[in-house]
Design a protein around this ligand. Structure first.
Ligand SMILES: Nc1ncnc2c1ncn2[C@@H]1O[C@H](COP(=O)(O)OP(=O)(O)O)[C@@H](O)[C@H]1O
Ligand SMILES: [Mg+2]
Length: 364
């Protein structure tokens, strides 16, 4: 186990014209469980392959603790990697597939057996250990592939690249909690790549959000939800994502259209900003009863557990998540209230401040 440190690491597949991973400096700390979250094409696989040594980065250096491994091939790095598409020996039994990474490293037979059975029990493979892997369905094959990544106990890190894509959703929940269990037991450094926020948030100690080849924020799930540092995190995490609304800083007051929504305690130069507030925190009041931003209800989704009230502020959509059975009606005029402690200001997509209550301004 080791800290994995990337120093100015970037990768281009086209001689530097575009960056699949933009030069970054970042440390994956030993024994932590990370989720690497981002949309398709944002550079997740490239980044994993740089860590495992399948790709030598165009720029920068990779360290495992103090050892520079930039030029060290995969085999010399002691990394277990599970790929998005199962890599199995189809004619071998499930048992032999699981045993392969251990036998390959001359682990004593008894220890091989012990580890294989341990992983098999955890992943629910006991019934199929004797079966040829070719005869399993795609989901099971992916689980065997996952098992192969987890079977070695002496590794610097375990890298999992969207390892559960073809596993059925109910089983995914179970497997993720097993993974957590295995992680607690072995203390491996774990990097779990996914484009699915639910997977990332339920699994990781720390979620690293990647967009267009750059890390935009890393933190605990609650941090990303409550305090997004970048608009991308606001809308990528949460369901639906954060509402973003054009606003204006005038002196210390923040305005949406003509409505004052709060003040800014940060020393923000005046000018346009976008305010971000999650649907969970938008409050709705009947027109005129409270200070707020005038909005028109355009529709309501009754989701069972909650309602999504769709509104327009001018021409900008804002969604409020309310209790199920809310009384709002399409076309009604309402006022939206954005609680200061849950509302943030963004410029050029990056958070530049937060909102303070209007009455914090003192006497006018
Ligand atoms: N072997 C390759 N050759 C050229 N471009 C590639 C190659 N692999 C990935 N890319 C490009 O690099 C970017 C990042 O890809 P990738 O790391 O696979 O993203 P992700 O795993 O997040 O979907 C994408 O624009 C992709 O098209
Ligand atoms: Mg990928």
């Amino acid at each position: 186990m080791a800290d994995i440190r990337l120093e100015g690491v970037g990768h281009s597949y086209d001689g530097g014209r575009t960056w699949a991973v933009k030069p970054m400096t970042w440390t994956w700390r030993s024994a932590r469980a990370y989720a690497l979250l981002g949309p398709s094409g944002c550079g997740k696989t490239t980044l994993l392959n740089i860590i495992s040594g399948l790709i030598t980065p165009t720029e920068g250096r990779v360290f495992f603790d103090d050892r520079d491994v930039t030029g060290v091939p995969t085999r010399g790095r002691d990394i277990a990697q599970v790929f998005q598409f199962p890599v199995l020996y189809e004619e071998m039994s499930v048992y032999d597939n699981l045993a392969f990474p251990l036998r390959n490293r001359k682990v004593p037979k008894q220890e091989v057996d012990r580890r294989v059975r341990q992983v098999s029990r955890l992943l629910g493979l006991d019934q199929v250990l004797g079966r040829r892997s070719r005869r399993l369905d795609a989901g099971r094959q992916q689980i065997v592939s996952l098992g192969r990544g987890l079977v070695r106990s002496q590794v610097a890190a375990v890298l999992l690249d969207e390892p559960l894509t073809v596993v059925d959703p109910a089983l995914k929940w179970t497997l993720r909690s097993k993974l957590k269990e295995i992680h607690r037991e072995t203390g491996h450094t774990l990097i779990y790549v996914t484009h699915d926020q639910t997977e990332a948030l339920t699994f990781a100690d720390e979620v690293v959000v990647l967009n267009e080849g750059a890390i935009v924020q890393a933190g605990e799930p609650s941090e990303l939800f409550l305090s997004p540092a970048h608009e991308f995190v606001g809308h990528f995490i949460g369901s639906p994502g954060m509402n973003m609304l054009p606003a204006e800083v005038v002196g210390h007051v923040v305005r949406v259209g003509a409505a004052e929504v709060g003040t800014t305690k940060d020393d923000l130069p005046p000018g346009p900003v976008r305010i971000g507030v999650r649907p969970e925190f938008v409050r709705i009041a009947p027109a005129g009863t409270s200070p707020g931003v005038p909005a028109r209800v355009t529709g309501i989704d009754r989701m069972g557990a909650y309602d999504l009230v769709h509104t327009l502020v001018g021409e900008h959509p804002v969604i409020a998540k309310t209790e199920a059975g809310s009384p709002y009606r399409p076309d009604a005029a309402e006022y939206l209230h954005f609680p200061a402690e849950r509302t943030f200001l963004f410029r050029d997509q990056v958070r530049c401040g937060s909102l303070a209550p209007l009455d914090g301004r003192g006497p006018a």
